[in-house]
Structure formats: C-alpha cells, structure tokens
Design a protein around this ligand. Structure first.
Ligand code: PRP
Length: 209
C-alpha cells in the first residue's frame, strides 16, 4: 500500500483528480465530512489530507511515502526527500512586493515581512543586502501598510491581493508549481509501485500552451 499525503484545499483536490484519472481512485474521499484518512477499496493507496505546509514533514519522516508540495515549501524547509515530478499545477511565484512608489534606500537595513524567512534570507544574502526579517503567518500584505515592514516576500498568484492593497511586485524570486515528492526509504523499498504511479501521473500533466 502507498501512503499519500495530499495538501488540503483547491490544489489537493486538483491533484486528487489527477490521481483518480491515473487509476488511484478512492470514492470515499469525496464525502463531505471531517475524516482525514481514506483507503482505496482495493487497498492499493491510503490518502491523508494535511495542511499544505506540513506535507513535506509527513513525507520526510516516512509517515507518507509520497506527497504533493509546492516548490515554495520545498525551498523554505529543504526537506530531505526526492522530488520526482513537476505537476505543472498550483502555479504562482515568490516575489518581493512593496507599496507603490516605495524608494529602496540601500544604505538602510531593509525590513522584510514574510512567511518564508529562509527563502527571504537566502535571496537577500545573495544580493549582500542587510535585512531584518519579520516572520508572520498570514495576511503579509498588511505589514508594509502599517509600517511594520518596508517590503514583503510572499506568494503572488493572480496579483489581486497586492492590487487591492496598493502594493506592487518589485522582483520575482522564483516560479512555483506543485511537485510530487517521495520519502527516500520508501523509494528504495517500494520502487516499483512509486515508479508506476509517477509514470501514470506523468501522463496527466498538462503542458503549457
Ligand atoms: C496567499 C499569499 C497571498 C495571496 C496571493 O495567501 O500569501 O496573500 O495568496 O494570491 P493572489 O495573488 O491571487 O491574490 P493565502 O490565501 O494563503 O492567505 P494568507 O494571508 O493566510 O497567507
């Protein structure tokens, strides 16, 4: 049996759709309840719904053999897992954003609010820029509006949140998409099952036009 950690939410539902079309369906998962673990009728897979930022923890520690995590999470936490496939969904980007017209005085320490402190530190270290990180857990866009920070390092998908809060993208840090990841020991001991799942999933990946 393969244990698969799915990220709760819209991305997880899309990924489950790909898995179902790949032959790993589990009808019970579609029931509207609060259950978090589901086993397929033939006993070949077991799904868990977990918080998106926790998927790599379940996979790294072997509680799940396989999981789906955004590249943002993988770059922030650097889990020791194999990244097997870019699913080309959940696409967005990590960006630096600031209030419109913000002037960046490079002689001053830059105050950076973010949910991704490691990503932000690495980005500014490469630019030899002195920064002060303010780690937040959500609604990052508020920070520069209240002068808690100068800029933010955050995910931008449609850009609506930035626009509606009078912020603009200053730099793109990296593009993001969902990745299929595997536990290292599972990959060794369940190689055939995992490779079969990967090649079935590969057929479901939609290429960009
Ligand atoms: C994410 C991200 C941005 C927003 C970007 O937040 O942190 O705030 O989505 O999307 P957009 O460009 O389409 O507007 P999320 O919804 O995860 O909520 P959060 O404020 O709790 O981080």
């Amino acid at each position: 049996m393969l244990n698969i950690a799915l990220p709760k939410g819209r991305l997880g539902e899309k990924v489950y759709g790909m898995l179902e079309r790949s032959g790993y369906g589990c009808p019970a998962i579609k029931e509207n309840g609060r259950r978090l673990i589901f086993e397929s009728p033939d006993g070949s897979v077991r799904y868990f719904w977990v918080k998106p930022s926790d998927v790599s923890i379940y996979v790294e520690r072997g509680a799940a053999d396989i999981g789906i995590a955004g590249k943002d999470i993988l770059l922030e936490y650097s889990p020791s897992v194999y990244e097997l496939l870019d699913l080309n969904i959940g696409k967005c980007r990590m960006a630096v954003a600031a209030p419109k017209g913000f002037y960046d005085d490079r002689t001053r320490t830059l105050k950076v609010a973010t949910k991704f402190p490691n990503v932000a530190k690495r980005y500014y270290a490469a630019l030899s820029r002195d920064i002060d990180i303010i780690k937040l857990n959500g609604s990052i866009e508020i920070a520069p509006l209240l002068s808690l920070s100068d800029v933010i390092v955050d995910i931008v998908e449609t850009g609506t949140t930035l626009r509606e809060n009078d912020l603009e993208v200053r730099e793109t840090v990296f593009p993001i998409s969902a990745r299929l990841i595997a536990n290292k020991a599972s990959f060794k001991f369940k190689t055939e099952e995992i490779e079969e799942l990967v090649s079935n999933m590969r057929l479901q990946i939609k290429k960009d036009d």
